[in-house]
Design a protein around this ligand. Structure first.
Ligand SMILES: [Mg+2]
Length: 441
């Protein structure tokens, strides 16, 4: 094996280890094989079959659970290797319908909205005080401490009815503290009800992780999917880390994970589980050697510490974005092409604005438009040419729901007015290769 020659993983000094505060209880709910389920709902012939969902560039976006049974995984396979693992029944490779070189995101976006709508109304009514944050289309974070503080009855014995009843409920680590045990039990009972509600109202199957930090809850959520509930006590964190393959952990699944793995191999160590990563990895050193951004380094730091650096906040404070690469670069971009892409981009953004308007009753005051030119075109300082314009959208009447196309026509008219007024920055649309829209409030 040769593993005897490998050096022991060095241990981090005590000063670098953080402790969980123990007050907050987080839950992460993640829809199982989200895009595979979304498209199977749309196309009946995909239901119950081993399916690979790919985009126009043949990159794997999702793997159905029937395909996962053959050992196919999004992180470790490509279309060819997946096909060879699943000869009978033949694997279905489903390409997401696209438009002008971009996969259609409207159907997953609508499904995500239905899930969010169902979860928000259920949790806000039944468990007031809970912080809810939608972090991606199929991933929702919760923090229960305010609700738990008010509703936890402090009796000495744990009422068995309080515990979740799901068949795939896993507890990792024994709880040494009665209060911690009660808080985790009540939180996991809520998590179980959320999973049940999502299933009843939307038909989606999801898994959940419950723990005293977001990142530990997220790792726990990936344990034993699909349809599982994993609860991790503070003393169980190392056990969870020991049973999680480093290459399957959050922020380590893709390129980052592979380069860190290689970096440590060069030093003579092998990182197998997330526990090895937690025990030995010095983030400053990794950031330096792999030239990671501060943002990437902070994500890795969270995984390594098992502790979140930022408190969980409702995402309604964030901005919405939509962007589009104009792929046909063998001919210059014309006004007509630019209009088509702006309308596409606005259609996607409009859907997000409509959903937000429904959930939080807010509409953007302004939309920032970024037009990026070919990288080869650089300004006098050597920077790629970028045009940024903000358009005041307060005069745009927002009905709920907004009629599709309203935003695109509005933005296009405003841009044409600017051109007419001779704004030079917007005159060179021949070079535009990417457009991006960002809302502000
Ligand atoms: Mg998912």
């Amino acid at each position: 094996m040769g593993s005897n020659n490998l050096k022991d993983i060095p241990d981090k000094p005590e000063s670098q280890k953080l402790q969980l505060s123990g007050k907050e209880i987080y839950c992460v709910v993640d829809i199982d094989s989200f895009e595979a389920m979304v498209w199977a709902k749309e196309f009946n012939e995909l239901q119950g079959k081993p399916v690979l969902v790919v985009n126009a560039q043949r990159v794997i976006i999702a793997v159905s659970y029937e395909a996962k049974k053959f050992g196919i995984s999004r992180a470790h396979d490509n279309v060819k290797s997946a096909r060879s693992k699943c000869p009978t029944p033949p694997l279905i490779v489903f390409e997401i319908p696209g438009k002008d070189g971009k996969s259609d995101q409207t159907i997953p976006q609508k499904a995500s909205f239905e899930i969010q709508k169902c979860v928000r109304s259920f949790v806000n009514n039944k468990f007031p005080g809970t912080v809810i944050c939608m972090k991606s289309k199929d991933e929702i974070y919760f923090e229960f401490s305010e609700y738990l503080d008010k509703n936890l009855v402090q009796t000495s014995n744990l009422d068995l009815d309080l515990l979740p009843h799901k068949p795939k409920t896993v507890w990792i680590g024994a709880s040494k503290d009665k209060i911690e045990e009660r808080r985790l039990a009540l939180a996991s009972n809520i998590a179980e009800q959320i999973l049940q509600k999502i299933r009843e109202e939307t038909g989606f199957i999801a898994s959940a992780g419950v723990a005293a930090s977001c990142i530990v809850a997220k790792i726990a959520c990936g344990n034993d999917k699909p349809d599982a509930l994993t609860i991790v006590t503070n003393s169980g964190v190392d056990d969870l880390y020991a049973q999680t393959n480093m290459k399957d952990a959050p922020y380590l699944k893709g390129k980052n994970g592979i380069s860190i793995f290689r970096l440590w191999e060069r030093k003579g160590h092998v990182l197998k589980s997330l526990l090895d990563f937690k025990k030995c990895v010095d983030i400053a050193e990794i950031q330096n050697e792999l030239q990671l951004t501060d943002f990437q380094a902070n994500q890795l730091k969270e995984v390594a510490e098992g502790f979140d650096l930022e408190p969980l906040e409702d995402k309604k404070k964030a901005t919405l974005q939509s962007s589009w690469n104009i792929i046909n670069q063998d001919r210059p971009c014309t006004q007509e092409i630019l209009k088509k892409y702006i309308m596409n981009c606005c259609e996607e953004l409009e859907l997000k604005i409509n959903h937000e308007n429904y959930l939080f009753e807010r509409i953007p005051k302004e939309i920032k438009i970024v037009l990026r030119s070919k990288i080869s075109k650089r300004d006098s300082e050597g920077q790629p040419k970028v045009t940024v314009k903000s358009i005041d959208t307060r005069t745009l009447k927002y009905e709920n729901p907004q009629k599709s196309g309203t935003l695109g026509s509005f933005i296009w008219t405003k841009l044409c007015e600017m051109w007419k007024e001779g704004e030079k920055t917007f005159a060179n649309f021949e070079d535009v290769t990417e457009i991006m829209f960002t809302t502000s409030y």
